[in-house]
Design a protein around this ligand. Structure first.
Ligand code: CP
Ligand code: NVA
Length: 303
């Protein structure tokens, strides 16, 4: 059966650990200039219905480094933008390509795509989840801290696709997660309930950013208005007052804490310039690790 990568909850901890082990190997090979054409001669379609810098470049470069051909497809210049059904696009793509990455709106779109695709489909971000990003974030935490088990992770801001994926990750990997979100901006209820039924660690929510950040090993944030929510920007700026990662807030975390942000960042809104440029920021390692972790995911699913 074709295996897809649509949500972390489809994978066991053991399977995700195996992806991290391959990520480590591929990162080392890339740094040493050792060829690793695990997908030699294959083609991977990269479909974007939303904007991207990191996802597009890291997937295109990653596919190339694996010896395969990347095909960038923007919905606006393909028939998808003119309303061709997802299931028709999916079946045609699977006749040409060996794998597909898709960035889109509803999670149900990637799920429908995968249902009709005979080749592996990878979620490159939906409104609900951003699993490739959280894999890169976890890998970065493991590189810096040795492991993510037993850590206290804080999320400050919107209960968005990133927050939802952190909730899944906490339940799978067994680290404590405290989210500080304003009322009305909590993570997805189904994801929350799924995580609560299987978590061995503590996953909690508060409206108080200080409570979330106090003694944390990892402090995370993301934009207040995600792609597709641009019309809510002003309303959200009001709702998220007090939810900015400042030096003062981060000083409540452990002295050796790491600050993560998936980027793009709005400096002065969810994070200050001095925090993102400061000594605790690991955002550039985090961005780099998108490349390595996605290569491991593609190599595992598409070889
Ligand atoms: N973090 C992330 O997914 O960045 P892009 O939107 O630039 O791809
Ligand atoms: N939550 C953000 C993440 C961007 C990488 C968004 O969906 O726009």
């Amino acid at each position: 059966m074709t295996r897809h990568f649509l949500a972390l909850s489809q994978y066991t901890k053991g399977e995700l650990d195996a992806l991290f082990a391959l990520t480590r190997e591929l990162k080392e090979k890339q740094k040493k200039g050792i060829e690793h054409h695990l997908l030699k001669g294959k083609s991977v379609a990269l479909i974007f219905e939303k904007s991207s810098t990191r996802t597009r470049v890291s997937f295109e470069v990653g596919v190339y480094q694996l010896g395969a051909q990347p095909l960038f497809i923007s919905s606006g210049t393909s028939q998808m933008g003119r309303g061709e059904p997802i299931k028709d696009t999916a079946r045609c793509m699977a006749r040409y390509c060996d794998g597909v990455m898709i960035r889109t709106y509803g999670q149900e779109i990637v799920e429908e795509f995968a249902r009709y695709s005979d080749v592996p489909v990878i979620n490159g971000l939906t409104d609900l989840f951003h699993p490739c990003q959280i894999m890169a974030d976890l890998f970065t935490v493991i590189e810096h801290k040795g492991s993510c088990e037993g850590l206290k992770v804080a999320w400050v801001g919107d209960g968005n696709n990133m927050a939802n994926t952190w909730v899944e990750a906490a339940a799978i990997f067994g680290f404590d997660l405290t989210l500080a979100c304003p009322t009305g901006y909590e993570p997805n209820r189904h994801v929350w309930e799924w995580a609560q039924t299987r978590a061995t660690s503590t996953i909690t929510i508060t409206e108080d950013p200080e409570e979330a950040v106090r003694d944390a090993d990892v402090v995370n944030t993301d934009v207040w208005a995600s792609m597709g929510q641009e019309a809510e920007q002003q309303k959200r700026e009001q709702a998220f007052q007090g939810f900015c990662l400042t030096d003062e807030l981060v000083s409540l975390a452990r002295p050796d804490c790491m600050v993560l942000h998936c980027l793009p960042a709005h400096r002065g809104e969810e994070i200050t310039d001095s925090v993102i440029e400061g000594p605790r920021s690991a955002v550039w390692d985090e961005a780099e690790n998108r490349l390595h972790v996605q290569k491991a995911i593609m190599a595992t699913l598409m070889k």
